[in-house]
Design a binder for this molecule. Structure first.
Ligand SMILES: Cc1cc2nc3c(=O)[nH]c(=O)nc-3n(C[C@H](O)[C@H](O)[C@H](O)COP(=O)(O)O)c2cc1C
Length: 178
């Protein structure tokens, strides 16, 4: 099996990270992988912010928890983890309009590139609740994202500090029609 396929098959969501920042070279490669993503009509509507400042990660987490509640079971590992999953880097993808498909493709580019470099990731949709609220305007201003840009998806990134069990996949999702 070639390396690309190996990375696709071995990637798993990581929700526990070593408390060490990724290198600037790794960050630069992830930024290039994001930029290389295709987009509809090559509009390139997505803007990425890699947040590495702990004060901002914790600040967003507090705003998020105050918004949705501290004991809401709807969010994965809500009870033990902050919304950014303790990762030292959080990529936030915004788009100039609703561009979930473009953002999803960019997100997967980042995730598979990270996997190939030995980094773990967790795609995070739940933080979108914060960006539906007006308290996110402060964060958009700090991150130099225009207020009208829409949050699409986030990705926690860092060195993995766990090796979770592989989650099974349904085997009835694909059919070949001939
Ligand atoms: C669009 C999307 C949103 C997700 N949002 C969250 C989230 O908010 N919090 C979280 O802990 N995991 C989140 N995940 C991770 C999924 O729970 C995880 O991918 C899924 O359980 C499959 O596990 P695997 O990635 O290890 O194969 C999200 C994944 C995707 C694709």
């Amino acid at each position: 099996m070639n390396e690309t396929l190996q990375n696709i098959f071995k990637r798993q969501t990581i929700r526990s990270y070593v408390q060490k920042q990724i290198t600037d070279d790794e960050l630069d490669t992830l930024a290039k992988a994001a930029t290389a993503a295709p987009s509809g009509r090559n509009c390139q509507p997505c803007h990425v912010r890699f947040i590495q400042k702990k004060e901002y990660l914790d600040g967003m987490n507090t705003d998020f928890k105050e918004l949705v509640g501290y004991d809401t079971p709807a969010y994965t590992r809500w009870d033990v983890n902050p919304v950014y999953q303790t990762a030292p880097t959080l990529a936030l993808i915004f788009a100039e309009n609703e561009s979930y498909m473009d953002a999803g493709i960019m997100c997967e580019n980042i995730v598979i590139a990270a996997e190939s470099m030995g980094l773990g990731t967790c795609i995070i949709g739940s933080i979108g609740a914060l960006f539906d609220d007006e308290r996110s305007l402060k964060w958009k201003e700090i991150f130099e994202i225009p207020a009208e840009y829409k949050f699409q998806i986030a990705i926690a990134i860092g060195y993995p500090d766990e090796k979770p069990e592989r989650k099974p996949r349904f085997d009835d999702r694909i059919k070949v029609i001939r």
